[in-house]
Design a protein around this ligand. Structure first.
Ligand code: DX5
Ligand code: ZN
Length: 231
């Protein structure tokens, strides 16, 4: 397949991190029927990143309120130790950080073997080239557009080039077809730029949950993203 012929629709992945946790079931129900394509779940261990969120137990409860796909973005050391519980919780895709495990090849194989969709993430300071030898093992590459740990941070415009580099690596003739996701500071203002660079899955917390109603914030983000699609 000619890489340049890869045309993918833009997927919108609301990050639950910006939801009202005191009304989590209600928030999950509402976002699941908002037109969003999947739900992005930020799992943080207070060590790999300087923040704590939730784990498989909470995700299992979330699962009962939603039938759209759930992806777990694991911002943790030793991500392998959580995989069984994530499976049990009903997670569809696992995204691990390249920086979190020196045996990334083995980890990605294991995630695949367990029946998950496989994603790998890069911190802003990690070069795209560090993924060169695992790209055939993944369904998705997540280019962090903020330093992970918190919602509501400003988009790092320097990541534009990295997104484009990852896209270039996909389209080098090896028949790769992974999606390119971006996460952090994504809003109707930044969506067109990241899509133009090559992103096709947009994670957004603040831009969706802090701008209700969710049907409208999802449409606003999707419309802004489509404006960046090559014509
Ligand atoms: C940050 C998380 C993001 C976060 C994005 O570490 O990975 O998913 O929720 O939040 P916004 O969209 O508010 O930047
Ligand atoms: Zn995330």
């Amino acid at each position: 397949m000619n890489g340049s012929s890869i045309q993918k629709e833009i997927l919108i992945a609301p990050s639950l991190l910006a939801a009202d946790f005191a009304r989590l079931g209600d928030e999950v129900t509402k976002i699941s029927s908002s037109g969003a394509d999947l739900i992005h779940l930020d799992v943080m261990d207070g060590d790999f990143v300087p923040n704590l969120t939730f784990g498989p137990g909470v995700i299992q409860s979330i699962r009962t309120f939603s039938s759209i796909p759930l992806e777990a973005h694991l911002m943790v050391w030793h991500p392998d130790t959580y995989l069984d519980d994530m499976k049990e919780a009903g997670v569809d895709r696992i995204i691990v950080h390249q920086e979190s495990d020196v045996h990334l090849n083995r980890l990605l194989y294991r995630i695949r073997k367990m029946g998950f969709s496989v994603g790998v993430a890069l911190n802003p300071s990690t070069p795209a080239a560090f993924l060169e030898d695992v790209l055939d093992l993944v369904d998705l590459v997540l280019v962090m557009t903020v330093n992970p740990g918190f919602g509501g941070q400003a988009y790092l415009s320097g990541m534009r080039e990295k997104i484009a580099r990852v896209k270039h690596m996909r389209e080098n003739g090896r028949g790769l077809s992974f999606r390119i996701e971006v996460d952090g500071g994504i809003s109707p203002v930044t969506a067109a730029e990241v899509v133009e660079a090559g992103a096709d899955v947009l994670v957004a917390g603040t831009a969706i949950f802090r701008h209700p109603p969710y049907e409208e914030s999802v449409v606003r983000l999707r419309s802004a993203a489509v404006a960046g699609t090559p014509s």
